[in-house]
Design a protein around this ligand. Structure first.
Ligand code: NAD
Ligand code: IPM
Ligand code: MN
Length: 355
């Protein structure tokens, strides 16, 4: 029986639709080449324009609609004209939380041919997987804005670090480190955040006792940021909180080819809900509509999606096709020093895959 993958697509705002179109082309082309599975995409027009028309970022039953799909493919959310906390809170973060996508898997890997601003590093020196907590922590939607417009005005934003939430992401990272026989570094900030991060550190040590075979390191996030630049080789598997993972993976993108090459998977490992695949970059209003955005991060997300859907060989092939594209330098977008349009990249990747 032919397998069929049903993918919900939320291209979103700004460069979202431009880069997502290329990822779809790649998945479509692969399904045709393979012949043993097919893919169908259903597009949802949710995002900032939808908000300006309807007053909401997605319909009230949006999650119910998405639930039926094998995966969600998302471009970017957020655009000038709609406050970011409304657009992101009403769509992207709703999906991550609502579908309990508590693992955010973000490879920071310097591919062959990708530019790197650091001196004296080779591709072997930047090859890590950041496991970012993706359901609570600093992003827990808990807080208050009190006494607005008065002298007593204040804002409270509470971090939520539950034992359940910390244990599951830390355990996931230990399992990954064990499976790949790589070291595991926890990044936190227990010296200043004496409740949440001390708790995190304790749980990291506690669970570590079940994994005596895994080499571990603990770093404070400030020092870790410095080492991302000065000595990225020391990082293999990294586990960290929601906010630190957000910030560190933009830094990771900067050292590993740029925002146009950084992908992320929002996983619900139990598969109770669909997982969501997206580039880590935003809607890039500064270049939106010009057809010059780099869609390789979105295409890398397709590789992550294929991997999660069980098509591991294709997942690997897509990644090596991206590498070939980078090495050959014939069809690259301006951020990578080329003059190709976004819309040429999907076909170029397929041409490499067909060789
Ligand atoms: P951004 O990631 O959109 O852009 C940062 C810089 O990187 C810009 O100079 C942009 O041109 C460049 N860039 C990003 N992606 C690129 C690509 N594929 N190719 C070439 N260059 C690329 O971050 P920002 O400007 O801080 O945010 C813009 C909007 O996107 C905001 O509304 C923000 O909240 C939102 N955002 C959404 C997501 C998401 O949907 N996952 C992620 C980050 C930011
Ligand atoms: C990301 C983004 C989001 C995050 C924003 C847009 C809420 O920056 O996916 O990295 O902080 O998680
Ligand atoms: Mn981010």
């Amino acid at each position: 029986m032919m397998k069929r993958f049903n993918i919900a697509v939320i291209a979103g705002d700004g460069i979202g639709p431009e880069v997502i179109a290329e990822g779809k082309k790649v998945f479509d082309g692969i399904a045709k080449m393979d012949g043993n599975f097919s893919v169908t995409f259903e597009d949802f027009p949710w995002g900032c324009e939808y908000y300006l028309k309807t007053g909401e970022m997605m319909p009230a039953d949006g999650l119910d609609i998405l639930k039926a799909f094998d995966a969600v493919y998302l471009g970017a959310v957020g655009y000038p004209g709609v406050p970011d906390h409304i657009s992101l809170g009403g769509l992207l973060l709703q999906i991550r939380r609502g579908f309990d996508e508590y693992i955010n898997l973000r490879p920071v890997r310097l591919l062959k041919g990708a530019p790197c601003p650091l001196a004296d590093v080779s591709i072997d020196d930047i090859n890590m997987i950041v496991v970012r907590e993706n359901s609570e922590g600093e992003y827990a939607n808990v807080g208050a804005h009190l006494y607005p417009g008065t002298e007593r005005e204040m804002a409270l934003q509470t971090g939520v670090f539950s034992r359940h939430g910390c244990e599951r992401v830390i355990r996931y990272a230990y399992e990954l480190a064990r499976r790949e026989n790589r070291s595991l570094t926890s990044i936190s900030k227990g010296n200043a955040l004496r409740y949440s991060m001390v708790f995190w550190d304790e749980i990291f040590a506690e669970i570590g006792r079940e994994y005596p075979d895994v080499e571990t390191h603990s770093l404070l996030v400030d020092a870790a940021s410095m080492f991302f630049v000065k000595d990225p080789k020391r990082f293999e598997i990294v586990v960290t909180s929601n906010l630190f993972g957000d910030i560190l993976t933009d830094l990771g993108a900067a050292i590993a080819g740029g925002m146009g090459l950084a992908a992320g998977a929002n996983l619900n490992p139990e598969r109770k809900y669909p997982s969501m695949f997206e580039p880590i970059h935003g809607s890039a209003p500064d270049i939106a509509g010009q057809g010059i955005a780099n869609p390789l991060a979105s295409i890398w997300s397709i590789s992550q999606m294929l991997d999660f859907l069980g098509e591991k060989v294709w997942a690997e092939r897509v990644l090596s096709a991206i590498e070939t594209l980078l090495v050959e330098r014939r069809t690259l977008t301006p951020d990578l020093g080329g003059s190709a349009k976004t819309s040429e990249i999907g076909a170029a990747i397929l041409e490499i895959l067909e060789r």
